[in-house]
Design a protein around this ligand. Sequence first.
Ligand code: NAD
Length: 268
Amino acid sequence: MSQEQINKLRFAGKTAIITGAGSGIGKAAAVKMATEGANVALFDLLDDRTEQTEAEINAIRPGAARAFDVDTSDAARVEKAVLETAELFGTVDVVFANAGINGVLSPIEDMKLEDWQHTLSVNLNGTFLTVKYAIPHLKKRGGSIIITSSINGSRVFSNFGMSAYSTSKAGQVAFAKMAALELAKFKIRVNVICPGAISTNIDQSTEKTDELKEIVIPVQYPEGSQPLREGPGSPENVADLVAFLGSDESIHVTGAQIIIDGAESLLR
Ligand code: NAD
């Protein structure tokens, strides 16, 4: 692609930080925004998948992606990686705070404090830290923050054992709205997306305890779980929404909570 062609793209000259960029929704958003001209900083626990994402994007546009070994719940690592991103690419314009885990699923009375804290720490503290350390950079010329919450914690409360997860996801919604108002004067927009079931690797971060079966109430649905298109969404479906919220096409949208679930949560 020539420089002239790149300059016409939606994210030309912009830099996006994406957490959880090695898999699923984060990866799809990174590929989408990079394909549309962004430089992308891929924050994830460095493993083969993150390096693979970096290689895939750099094959499309050499130098557009850089993988950073970041645990989003570790303040020092987040701060360092954000700083290195700004030094490498020159700006920070879009922040997609997306990394998350399902964590341990357990009845509340059996939930270990350390398991509760781990889920809250990755999902909620991680979001706070990513946003916090990006603000000084975003303030320079305005920008867009997108946070991945879930229908769990906003519209759905019937996934048994997910009290820590749903609490973290509810917290993200409140945090996004507080941040939207606080940061509006700096022309920084903040929106939160709430996906339903999306086909990703999230099950790898899910640990069901034996006690779980003691609290489950069978929930019966009408036929089909996602009435709109009969099946889970794809990471690319979510990436399209993220790219819209990250771009100037959504210039007047902030503090919004957008459900992307094919009407799944309306059935519950
Ligand atoms: P995924 O497991 O495919 O991707 C999540 C990525 O986050 C992984 O690459 C993982 O390594 C990374 N990650 C986990 N802990 C991290 C940490 N401490 N620091 C840095 N990176 C970390 O899952 P996904 O479905 O793409 O999940 C992305 C987000 O979407 C999560 O916040 C999740 O809660 C949310 N979500 C997913 C679904 C779904 O059905 N898949 C539904 C609603 C919300």
